[in-house]
Write a protein that binds this ligand. Sequence first.
Ligand SMILES: [Fe+2]
Length: 355
Amino acid sequence: MTDNPPLSPRNKIALAYAKNLGYYKFPGGGIHEGEENTSALIREVEEETGLEVIPESIEEAGLVSRIMQSEMFPKTIFVQDSFHYFCRVKMSPDGTPLIKNQKLDDYEKDDGFELRIVTIAEAIQTNLRFKSDNYAKLDMIARETLVMEKLCGIDENLPRAFAETLLEKCVAKNPGPWREHSYAVAQAAEKIAWAVNENAAATGSTTPLLNPDFAYTCGLLHDIGRQMGYTYMAHVYDGYHFLKNLGYDQLAKICLTHSFNLHIIDDYIGKIDITDSQYEELKNLLAATEYDDYDRLIQLLDSTCGADGTKNMEDRMNDVKQRYGHYPEGKWNKNFELKDYFEKLMGRELYEVIK
Ligand SMILES: [Fe+2]
């Protein structure tokens, strides 16, 4: 979908806005037993927004299929398919949509659902600021936001509250210093993204700008594969597949690339604790991947930020060298190259920016 996005962030669409909590979602809901998908679409749009769908205008937009551990029942897998459609609605002669009465259920009433016709950019920005203690709600809003982003072909951003809750849930499965390390990399990535953008604005350079929120999320989730246990190359493999399964292709790519600054799998520092076929899979994925500034940024910061809050590349690399017994020279030199690269983009010293 991202190769040829059907919508632009400036397009306006009809969404359900939860005015008591401040989030947007696509009108929609569960399909009744024996009900056609499109009948459910027509019914749900009318219930949640009062709009009347024109049946002939319905076109398939895509499917989000998720398989995950149930939040409610232990040892239970939760499978959910969400079908997305484009459609138009009946209009009155004055050119405004015909609106019937909504029929909201209790949770929709509590959240204060109302019809809003807004740009997708505004809906995404509102959702990215959404905060809640309710994981199921955070997860639902993150999913809706991801679909909006994919429809427009823009960076996959998660609401920060969702990304942070996701990290905490994963750290709870395997507590360790990777939590502090992930936060340190995230905060430093965000600062560098701002510094790159400020320097580009000040110097009039045509360097592509970086999205500070996306940079933060890349840093926060780059080691998410560590939730599976105390692993080495397996954390790259597990992190990649974990985020890929959630639909976050760009973030999954960061999990894949962050340990390989030379773009080759062979000089990995640490044990190869994956099967031969998984190794082949990683090798092929890596070879098919083109590095961008987000990959380079997390490679640099993974080699700079320790778990103890230290932010010094040589200290961090010496610590790794001590723990693993070696640090390949090419990898070591590449990190200094990455430091120079971002210092040029920022027009400032790395440590001054990320301190
Ligand atoms: Fe890592």
